[in-house]
Write a protein that binds this ligand. Structure first.
Ligand code: NAD
Length: 369
């Protein structure tokens, strides 16, 4: 395959960026668009001079496609993706991959059964500064994990939540800040550190009239015993994201596009055991890590992710975010909600059926309490 024929599903909001990216990418061809709102489908179809559909199934049946992109509300990612995979199309879906791990697993199973790719939009993975942070950690330059701290805060007004019937509801989103606004930052954390093995979560609706959580915290334990703390919300300004990842040889601090590193003179685990002095400590030196920024804007990041998906199909190589990795942030979000609702720590991997039961209850009671 030298050119990938693509149909875009859900083109009223974020999907507009998918359509533009696909039509800009030289190795892709925009073949058709689909939106359940007829006017939206027609407007975008006319704008790009391609056929439009209100049913993805009809588009899959009538058009000769290699792949589709999905930018519908998250609970629709699974049904659209599974239909497309069963129709032998590759799939690129928006974040979060789905609202529940059980939906993620159904999507992954369809991808494996049909031997078609399933990839997820996590455009933080296109940023050079994040790649450098990951390289430093994977290269063992900060040693083994001791402590992780992540804060990601943003602001969403009540008008934002009121702008779409699905927003802010358990039925329409399957969660709040954990499933819609913070998945990028959570995915980046998990891309850097991997998944914890145990989570104690606390989620609440703090500053909006919505059903779902707008504030969430977790205490985490990693497989080697390292501790982690994660806090996200949509009630703070100015927006910020900050990662502090501490290891036995040093630490990195990643704040927006700024990456700093502190390298210890000697590893802390050995020093703690060997030093004969009662109040001894180790010196460390801070340095700014200069990284040439690329894919700096939102649209550049989105286009780079779709370009990577297309290239990964043509070059038959791993994409920047395969489904198994896109699933991670959903599992952590589900675990945090499960822990908060049950008041107990949750071990990972979580029980998908148990979480589905909790979500059904939240949908029924239309709130956290
Ligand atoms: N990567 C990012 O930075 C980013 C930014 C915004 C939104 N998103 C994600 O994109 C998805 C959509 O969010 P949005 O803000 O664009 O929502 P939106 O409501 O603005 O747009 C969703 C569109 O999908 C259409 N749609 C719904 N169900 C459909 C179906 N079954 N088939 C075809 N079309 C359907 C709707 O009519 C609408 O036009 C969400 O999963 C969201 O998390 C990602």
């Amino acid at each position: 395959m030298t050119r990938v024929r693509v149909g875009c599903v859900g083109v009223g909001g974020m999907g507009g960026n998918h359509v533009k990216a696909v039509s800009d990418i030289k190795t892709a061809e925009l073949v058709a668009v689909c939106d359940i709102i007829g006017e939206t489908a027609q407007r975008v179809g006319e704008q790009y001079d391609v056929p439009c559909y209100t049913s993805h199934r009809e588009m899959l049946k009538k058009e000769k496609l290699d792949a589709i992109t999905i930018a519908t509300p998250h609970p629709q990612h699974r049904p659209v993706a599974v239909d497309a995979l069963n129709a032998k199309k590759h799939v690129f879906t928006e974040k979060p991959m789905a609202s529940t791990v059980s939906d993620c697993d159904k999507m992954i199973a369809a991808s494996k059964k049909n031997r078609k790719r399933l990839c997820v939009m996590y455009q933080q993975r296109t940023k050079a500064v994040n790649h450098e942070a990951r390289r430093i950690i994977k290269n063992g330059e900060i040693g083994s994990l001791i402590r992780v701290n992540m804060v990601s805060a943003s602001m969403r007004t009540q008008a934002y939540y009121n702008s779409g019937g699905w927003r802010g509801t358990w039925d329409g989103e399957g969660g709040g800040v954990l499933l819609n606004q913070a998945p990028h930052q959570i995915d980046l954390l998990l891309w850097l550190t991997g998944l914890p093995k145990r989570v104690m979560g606390q989620v609440s609706t703090f500053g909006h009239k919505i059903e779902v959580e707008d504030t969430a915290s977790a205490l985490m334990e990693y497989p080697n015993g390292a501790h982690g703390c994660l806090q996200v919300s949509t009630v703070e300004a100015p927006g910020m994201s900050r990662y502090e990842i501490v290891g036995t040889k040093g630490r990195i601090v990643l704040e927006g596009n700024r990456l700093r590193m502190n390298v210890l003179e000697q590893p802390s685990d050995r020093f703690i055991k060997k030093s004969k002095e009662m109040w001894a400590s180790i010196k460390g030196e801070w340095k700014d890590i200069e990284v040439k920024q690329d894919a700096a804007t939102h649209v550049q990041g989105v286009t780079a992710m779709i370009q990577d998906f297309i290239d990964s199909l043509i070059e038959k190589r791993k994409s920047l975010c395969p489904a198994e990795e896109g699933r991670m942030s959903v599992e952590l979000a589900n675990a945090m909600i499960m822990s908060s609702v049950t008041g107990k720590p949750v071990d990972l991997p979580i029980d998908p059926k148990k979480y589905d039961g909790i979500l059904r209850k939240l949908i029924k009671q239309k709130g956290l309490k």
